[in-house]
Design a protein around this ligand. Sequence first.
Ligand SMILES: *[C@@H]1O[C@H](CO)[C@@H](O)[C@H](O)[C@H]1NC(C)=O
Ligand SMILES: *[C@@H]1O[C@H](CO)[C@@H](O)[C@H](O)[C@H]1NC(C)=O
Ligand SMILES: *[C@@H]1O[C@H](CO)[C@@H](O)[C@H](O)[C@H]1NC(C)=O
Ligand SMILES: *[C@@H]1O[C@H](CO)[C@@H](O)[C@H](O)[C@H]1NC(C)=O
Length: 402
Amino acid sequence: MELKWNCCGLMLLLALCAAQVECRKHLKVGRRQNPQSSHHNVRNELKSLAIKHKMNGTTSETVKTKNSASSGASLGNAFNTEYYLPVTIGTPPQKFNLLIDTGSSNLWVPSSKCAATVKSCVSHNQYDSESSSSYVANGTAFTIEYASNSQGGVALSGFLSQDTVTIADFAIQNQVFAEITDEPEASFLSSPFDGMFGLGYGSISIGGVTPPFYNLVAQGLIKHPVFSIYLNRNGTSATDGGELILGGIDSTLFTGCLTYVPVSQQGYWQFVMSSALLAGHNFCTKCQAILDVGTSLIVAPAAAVAKINQILNVLNPTDTSGVFLVNCSTISSLPTMVFTIARNEFPLQPSDYVLQYGEKCVSSFTSLAGSDLWILGEVFMGAYYTVYDLGYNQIGMAKALH
Ligand SMILES: *[C@@H]1O[C@H](CO)[C@@H](O)[C@H](O)[C@H]1NC(C)=O
Ligand SMILES: *[C@@H]1O[C@H](CO)[C@@H](O)[C@H](O)[C@H]1NC(C)=O
Ligand SMILES: *[C@@H]1O[C@H](CO)[C@@H](O)[C@H](O)[C@H]1NC(C)=O
Ligand SMILES: *[C@@H]1O[C@H](CO)[C@@H](O)[C@H](O)[C@H]1NC(C)=O
């Protein structure tokens, strides 16, 4: 049966789901509590984002290497992202909290085989293959380079292994993942998560490893190759951070119809955005954008950010860190940013796009050198429920209900 994922198709899908209880599964997502959250974290986050997208960042500051002892503060808490999933690996199950990342496609966890000197590994849950009866050795060397050597050479390395990975109640058999034996201490030592759960396209998976979501589909654990994400911008616990829905959509979490836009390039969840309007200025004409749950920011081309800063009247427009402060008492008088995607408008209120860290208010609009890609992070995804459809290669969005 042909399923169309528009408003009417939604009704059809829900009817099917009612008949087949297992066709969709909800998984409560955790949101970390970050007592040290501050506007400094945003700068660190920007660096890690630049690393992830292999860009140079906004400044001449280089990303510090794991070998430079003084780098701790600089990259500490670099991965300032917030939403994680409980996942188990092996038989009997070993528990991990994994960051949800739609901007990458690998699953990795720290390994029990890491040396005691790798403190960031030892301080987290580690996978122990010897304690798992379903483990199958692979052994292929694995490295995720988050930056080239000239940028500081931040990399995680280890080797591939294969085991049963359980997410929600779905046991994915023979999932290949990376056991990390060496990781930059400064970046990960105090991270509240153990590893990463990539939900991007298989084409950007390192080592050609089939991502877990693909195996969920291939092994018939879910019927439709679709997942969707609802982010709670207020909750900060293991169970009220939001929801990842595997195998479909939950119409109780959004209002109105889903707007669908085709994926323009399969890798990230990338699409064409028609315009981005703020106070009468358009900053985008059919530009490329991606949804990235791995960042709290909105990355825009540098020229756009310069003008946006003027409109928001930021307090430090010449700051080279890429972190721009807004006068907190002016937030309610700032204009609405309106993105147009597939002929529908997706407004973001200033209360959505200004991040508040205690006394400091930070504009979520920032840029990465050398990039014209718009990266819509948690600020956008908190306001809009998002659907990732691998079957039809399209992205759906609708106003999230909070
Ligand atoms: C290890 O896993 C990779 C990715 O799935 C696969 O291509 C490779 O053949 C495997 N190697 C071994 C020795 O099992
Ligand atoms: C912030 O805005 C308020 C109200 O417009 C103003 O009184 C105050 O001086 C501003 N603060 C700064 C640092 O510009
Ligand atoms: C990044 O920096 C390197 C070395 O400074 C430079 O050659 C390269 O063009 C830069 N890339 C971008 C995308 O700005
Ligand atoms: C989120 O928290 C803020 C501040 O505590 C509160 O004003 C707002 O109503 C909350 N929003 C929701 C949707 O609960």
